[in-house]
Design a protein around this ligand. Structure first.
Ligand SMILES: C[S@@+](CC[C@H](N)C(=O)[O-])C[C@H]1O[C@@H](n2cnc3c(N)ncnc32)[C@H](O)[C@@H]1O
Length: 203
């Protein structure tokens, strides 16, 4: 059975902040960096960068911390990163001031029992919560931590049915995500890397 803690500890132990760790391990460093740069361009071109202005942000799945400087440049007020593995935390701290990093599996207990976040980011991470019950718990945690009017920013694939591609990855239809975000206001769904990105705003 898939053990996410072991999988991500081992993967980040192997790659560290090399882009293949948080990116696509079957591509080269250059191809991964091009994909990350394209992701930033997609966020700017589609106006997503505007939702960072003055936001208290929680990122679930920090990876190698590539995006943190961009979020700061886009006006983010405060950043907390939560990740199931802390293998990259030392290096991310050494490159960034004023952030909090917490080792946390989002499918377990709440990080915070009050709704304190303006923006919760779960980019390229939701597909790694392969178990449906775990995914439901993660979405409840996110909902509970968001302020009214706060947004979740997520990636998804354009797929009609749930498809498990590897033991550590599942393609989840958008409707399967939206059922946990009742009455949220949705953005358009924008192309992003090899998938799509959207935000949903809590009533
Ligand atoms: C594919 S990487 C994406 C990282 C980053 N968001 C990006 O777009 O580059 C997935 C990240 O999610 C983390 N992760 C996976 N499952 C998690 C969970 N249940 N709770 C918290 N973090 C998780 C992994 O350790 C990894 O850092």
């Amino acid at each position: 059975m898939f053990n996410p803690q072991k999988y991500w500890d081992d993967r980040m132990e192997q790659w560290g902040t090399d882009p293949r760790g948080a990116g696509n391990k079957t591509l080269s460093v250059g191809e991964n960096l091009a994909m990350f740069a394209g992701a930033v361009t997609s966020m700017i071109d589609n106006g997503i960068h505007e939702i960072f202005e003055n936001a208290v942000v929680l990122e679930i799945g920090v990876g190698n911390g590539y995006f943190i400087p961009f979020y700061k440049a886009w006006g983010m007020q405060q950043y907390t990163g939560a990740d199931i593995t802390d293998k990259n935390f030392g290096e991310i701290h050494s490159k960034n001031d004023n952030l909090v990093l917490i080792k946390k599996n989002i499918t377990e207990d709440l990080l915070q029992s009050d709704p304190v976040c303006d923006l919760i980011i779960m980019i390229d991470t939701e597909q790694h919560i392969v178990d449906d019950k775990d995914f439901k718990k993660a979405m409840k945690n996110i909902h509970d931590m968001l302020k009214p009017g706060g947004r979740i920013l997520m990636t998804t694939w354009d797929t009609k049915t749930l498809e498990q591609t590897t033991d550590y990855e599942v393609k989840r239809p958008l409707d399967d995500i939206l059922k946990y975000l009742p009455n949220y206001r949705l953005s358009a769904v924008f192309p992003y890397r090899d998938k799509f990105i959207f935000w949903a705003q809590k009533p």
